[in-house]
Design a protein around this ligand. Structure first.
Ligand SMILES: [Zn+2]
Length: 419
């Protein structure tokens, strides 16, 4: 009988834990009362500490505030703070201590109110503990993360971002979805009535969504055409493929000129050979003889084909809503390459020269991602390899199920709400 009771209790405890994690407000089982009890139990412990045993101070780091400022306020002498930070330097780099991050100080309940433990949240999952009770002890830890497969959908009303956030979906999910379709859909041109469905793994901590681990599959209906995307890994490389196993992303050419060498890389600081001063170089220079053809590194539309004092003759190509490239110092722009013209990857758009601020013939290749200049050589550029014939069967085993699941999602689909 005793044994029976214990196992019933174990099952109930296990069940209530599952209940607590997965079934949200107004669930089918139990009542609000039970949820409240479970919540109280959970709320007695934080970061592994029993809240009852301390006077607990919770706050957020203020601008320019240091760990030392906080601890001095809670009666830790400066020499102990120094010692502790020294011991913790391999656990957490204090230069990464940021304003607005939550922290908790567990203080003694006696009249000294001295800090016993200081906990700083590095992000929504990871935190660092400075334990000052006996000896100074610093360690990193993580909150338990629950990964849930979620489904969501929506009908575009204005932008993808606004529609998704209006539907209670996270900005992170909107960004991920835009990345998946960066090569297929120009999100600045989507229309009212376009639709999306998405299956993704979401990480939750204490019932709050903290991270989109991965979009597993998606469908975007644009101008009546359905674009499917399925995540798949082959030969150690991950990517998205359409339902016919074609790669969704198009590769950039490695360089805009053949037979050249890199004469200056992207850097935040270099000595400018013409201006004779230190400044950032937000591009990659390829030295090549005057007249060498310059190619567009990917398909796109020319948005500028003109000249100015600094760039000389230059062409700027928009590839999609994520990527734009620019080619400077041309001796001349190729004929027909004017604003609005479409170019294919490898099309000659101009010729190497040294117009504008240039010390010798080269093309300065500039690269934008989401409106920000980045290092084209440092960017992990999209792959375009299709699924290999050896992997096709495996791909379809995964993809066919996901595509069927996507088809079954209706447009009222909401992800499981967070607690
Ligand atoms: Zn340059």
């Amino acid at each position: 009988m005793k044994k029976y009771l214990i196992s019933v209790f174990a099952i109930l405890a296990g069940f209530s834990l599952v209940y607590f994690i997965f079934i949200k407000d107004g669930g089918v089982f139990g009542g609000d009362e039970q949820v409240a009890i479970e919540r109280d139990k959970a709320s007695l412990i934080k970061y592994g500490f029993t809240l009852d045993s301390f006077e607990v101070v919770e706050d957020k780091v203020k601008p320019n505030q240091l760990i030392a400022d906080i601890l001095l306020k809670h009666h830790i002498p400066m020499k102990d703070i120094d010692l502790m930070l020294q011991r913790g330097k391999d656990v957490f780099d204090v230069r990464k201590f940021k304003a607005n991050q939550p922290y908790t100080v567990f203080c003694s309940k006696d009249s000294t109110k001295k800090a016993q433990c200081f906990i700083y949240e590095i992000n929504a999952i990871d935190y660092v503990v400075y334990d000052m009770r006996d000896s100074m002890f610093v360690y990193a830890a993580s909150k338990p993360v629950v990964t849930l497969e979620q489904k969501a959908s929506g009908i575009i009303n204005n932008s993808l971002y606004e529609t998704m956030t209006d539907n209670g979906l996270s900005a992170a999910l909107a960004n991920e979805l835009a990345e998946v379709y960066a090569w297929s859909i120009d999100f600045y041109r989507i229309q009212k009535g376009d639709k999306f469905k998405v299956i993704y793994d979401e990480q939750q901590v204490e019932g709050e969504s903290v991270n989109i681990k991965r979009i597993k599959a998606a469908m975007f209906e644009h101008s009546g055409h359905e674009y499917y995307a399925v995540y798949f890994e082959q030969n150690g490389v991950s990517g998205y493929y359409d339902e016919e196993s074609r790669g969704m992303k198009r590769q950039f050419l490695k360089a805009p000129v053949k037979f050249s060498h890199i004469s200056s890389r992207y850097t935040m600081k270099r000595f400018h050979p013409v201006q004779q001063r230190w400044k950032a170089h937000l591009g990659t220079d390829y030295a090549a003889p005057t007249g060498t053809p310059i190619m567009s590194t990917a398909n796109g539309v020319i948005i500028e084909a003109t000249q100015n004092r600094f760039n000389g003759n230059y062409v700027k190509v928009k590839h999609n809503s994520t990527y734009t490239t620019q080619y400077l110092h041309m001796s001349r722009i190729a004929s027909g390459m004017r604003r609005g013209a479409s170019v294919r990857q490898g099309d000659v758009i101009g010729y190497v020269g040294s117009t504008g601020l240039a010390s010798g013939p080269h093309v300065c290749y500039r690269f934008w991602k989401n409106g920000k200049q980045i290092d084209a050589l440092g960017e992990k550029l999209p792959q375009s390899e299709p699924i290999s014939s050896g992997n096709k069967e495996k791909f379809h085993a995964v993809a066919d199920v996901l595509v069927e699941t996507l088809k079954s999602i209706d447009y009222n689909q909401k992800p499981l709400a967070a607690n």
